[in-house]
Structure formats: structure tokens, C-alpha cells
Design a protein around this ligand. Structure first.
Ligand code: HEM
Length: 360
């Protein structure tokens, strides 16, 4: 009886709970994916929102599961769509559990499910959740009504749930520090440290399917073209690896590493080629066609690395030349670079190219 009374006090009306679960799932996927584009600490609030909204969603899911508990427990009103409902609930719980386990440090960066980190599994489950929630809602579709939004107590309930989510996230941070779990070592992106120097000290990962055969440095050339006075074509021995830079590589599969990179400063290449007026972007293109662009000023400061941790770059890490772009996420550090193109325009199609590059 007491639980029922607490439930009635805490819970917004059922229809509102269902629609807010959908809204929060969409917000979670959006903030999660957006966090993949953030590499500097001034974007911390995107992941903070993701975490707090994730815990708020967990509360709402508890309210919902409590509401439908009898239907599940006693098999009341079992229909074909019930299987879909249960699958949706299982995937939602698994998404929340993998996210929370990662943040708490209950799993480390070495804990793998087959090849994937638990964070990558979390992302996959989160993506699967959107069609599942939509399909689940379509089986019992009920549009929200104007009257669903008129009770001020509901606004207070939602504010209370969100504030409780923020408190749980704070308490988690304290717990990970006190217990000294791998959660305490995370960057604001959620990534955990991988220590050591050189090729063997950090994992080889490719964004989606990019995986070419080793590139032969004897036949490979680097071209610098586009809005330049003097286009360049350099072979491997003409690339001056004289610049050293310590830089942090933060991979979206949930790890980061600080390495000493060595290579040619992009600014030096641009000066040699002579950048024309109107140049705004520098596009780095891999032998696979995979590519990413940086604004000219940022690109000048980037490095095209031939070495890492004092060793010649291994094929898996992008030999003969890999972009080192501090403050950007790992998938933007283009591997196996063969073209540097100076352009007036940014390149929105790069998003699509990164997703399909490597698929035949
Ligand atoms: C598909 C896109 C998604 C991406 C890219 C993503 C990314 C992330 C990342 C990077 C973290 C680690 C945060 C940290 O360690 O500080 C995280 C944690 C979390 N995510 Fe997601 N996520 C996604 C979808 C979802 C969805 C759909 C949900 C909810 C159903 C969700 C709920 C959570 C929760 C609850 C946490 C842990 C929060 C905490 O305990 O502090 N995520 N997610």
C-alpha cells in the first residue's frame, strides 16, 4: 500500500511518462552522438546532460515498469506486441546498465564483449533502442492531450526527477573517487586511460570499416593541392619528421592515450605550398577515401605523424602518415593520409564518407 501511495505521489500521468521516455531516449542518442564530436573540456556539459538525463530516464523507466508490473508478472492481457514490449524493456535496461557500469568503473577499458568495449556495446544498444521504442509506442499509440500539460505538479515532479538524477551523478563521482575505480580516471568524454608509449601501447581501432592493405612507402606520395601557389608532391623521404608533439588521442570506443608524436607540422607544409587568399579549410584524405577537414588556423598547428613514441608508425596506426589533431576525437585523426587539400568550403559529406568508407 505504501509503495502504491509513493508511486501515485511521484509519478506523472501514464501517457506523459510514456512520451517523456521517448523524448529522453531521443535526447540521449542525440547528446551521446554529439559528445563524439567534442574533444575539449569546454564541451563538458553535453556529457553531463547525457548522464543526468540517463539517470532521469532510469527513474521514469522504474515508474513505468511498476505501473505495468502486474501485466508482466501474471501475464495479464498478453498479446503478440507484449514480446516487443519486453524486448524494448530489456534493451533499455541493458543500455542503462552498460552506461552506468562504465561511468561507475565496474568495467574497465580492457573488459570486452567479443571485440568491443562495454562503452561501444552501450552505444550499439542505445542506437537500437530508438526503433524499438518507436515500434513499441506504435502498438499502443496515444497522442498526448492538452490536459496532460496543465497540472503544475507534473512540472515539479519532472524538475525533481532531473535534480535527483544530478544528485545521483554527483554521488557516483564521489563513489568512484573513494573506491578508486576506473570510473575516477575518465576524461569528461567518458574515456579511460591507456598507458605506455609507442605502437604497442594503445589499441588499433578503425572508425566503422576503414581497413586498407599496408601502404608501401616506396610508391606512396603526399600531395598538397587546392588553393595554393605551388602544389607539392612529396615522397616519403621528402617528408621532414622534425617536429615533435605530445598529444592526447581520445577514441570514441572509450579510451585515451598520451603519446609523443613526431612528423611534419601542417603549417610548414602550407607555408611551403603558399596558401592563397580565401582558403578556409584543410582537408586530409586517406588512401581509402576517408577524410576530415580542419579550419586553416587549427590545421596549421596539427601534425602529420610518421612516428609515435620514438617508433616508426605501424600500419594499423596509419603509416606512413597520420593526422595528429589535438582537441579532436580519434576518428578525426585521419590515418594513411595521401592528400592535403586547401579549400574555400567545409565538407559536410565527410560525415557520410566516414560511415561508408571501407565498405565495398
Ligand atoms: C547511441 C548513442 C549513445 C552514445 C554515443 C552514448 C555515449 C555515452 C558515453 C560516452 C557515456 C559515458 C559517460 C561517462 O562515462 O561519463 C554514456 C553513459 C551513459 N549513457 Fe549513453 N550513449 C548513447 C545512448 C544512450 C541511451 C539511449 C541511453 C538511455 C537509454 C543512455 C544512457 C546512459 C547512462 C545512464 C549513462 C551513465 C550515466 C552515469 O551513470 O553517470 N545512453 N553514454
Amino acid at each position: 500500500m505504501r509503495a502504491a501511495a509513493a508511486f501515485a505521489r511521484l509519478s506523472p500521468p501514464p501517457r506523459l511518462v510514456d512520451w517523456s521516455i521517448l523524448a529522453l531516449v531521443v535526447a540521449e542518442v542525440a547528446s551521446g552522438l554529439l559528445s563524439f564530436t567534442i574533444g575539449t573540456a569546454d564541451g563538458w556539459y553535453v556529457l553531463w546532460f547525457h548522464r543526468v538525463a540517463g539517470i532521469t530516464l532510469a527513474f521514469l523507466l522504474c515508474l513505468k515498469l511498476y505501473r505495468v508490473r502486474n501485466r508482466i508478472r501474471y501475464g495479464e492481457h498478453w498479446e503478440r506486441s507484449t514480446a516487443l514490449s519486453i524486448l524494448t524493456a530489456v534493451v533499455a535496461i541493458a543500455t542503462l546498465a552498460t552506461g552506468i557500469a562504465w561511468a561507475l568503473g565496474a568495467v574497465s577499458v580492457e573488459s570486452r564483449v567479443l571485440y568491443w568495449t562495454v562503452l561501444s556495446v552501450h552505444v550499439g544498444l542505445g542506437l537500437a533502442l530508438v526503433p524499438l521504442v518507436l515500434a513499441h509506442m506504435s502498438t499502443r499509440f496515444r497522442l498526448p492531450r492538452g490536459t496532460d500539460f496543465t497540472d503544475r505538479r507534473d512540472a515539479i515532479r519532472y524538475a525533481g526527477l532531473f535534480a535527483a538524477g544530478a544528485l545521483v551523478v554527483r554521488a557516483q563521482e564521489t563513489a568512484t573517487e573513494v573506491l578508486d575505480t576506473s570510473g575516477a580516471e575518465r576524461r569528461f568524454t567518458g574515456s579511460k586511460p591507456v598507458r605506455g608509449q609507442g605502437n604497442g601501447s594503445f589499441p588499433i581501432t578503425s572508425w566503422v570499416a576503414d581497413d586498407p592493405d599496408p601502404v608501401d612507402p616506396d610508391t606512396w606520395t603526399l600531395s598538397v593541392t587546392g588553393l595554393v601557389d605551388r602544389p607539392l608532391s612529396l615522397d616519403y623521404n621528402e617528408v621532414d619528421p622534425g617536429t615533435e608533439r605530445r598529444a592526447l588521442l581520445d577514441c570514441t570506443s572509450g579510451w585515451y592515450t598520451v603519446q609523443d608524436w613526431q612528423g611534419v607540422r601542417v603549417g610548414d607544409l602550407l607555408d611551403e605550398a603558399g596558401v592563397e587568399d580565401g582558403a578556409e579549410w584543410v582537408r586530409f584524405v586517406s588512401v581509402t577515401g576517408y577524410r576530415w577537414s580542419l579550419p586553416v588556423d587549427e590545421a596549421r598547428d596539427a601534425l602529420l605523424a610518421t612516428h609515435v613514441g620514438g617508433e616508426g608508425l605501424a600500419h594499423g596506426h596509419g603509416a606512413p602518415l597520420r593526422l595528429v589533431a589535438p582537441g579532436r576525437r580519434g576518428f578525426q585523426w585521419v590515418k594513411w593520409v595521401e592528400r592535403v587539400e586547401i579549400r574555400e568550403e567545409n565538407d559536410p559529406a565527410q560525415w557520410l564518407v566516414t560511415l561508408i568508407s571501407g565498405f565495398d
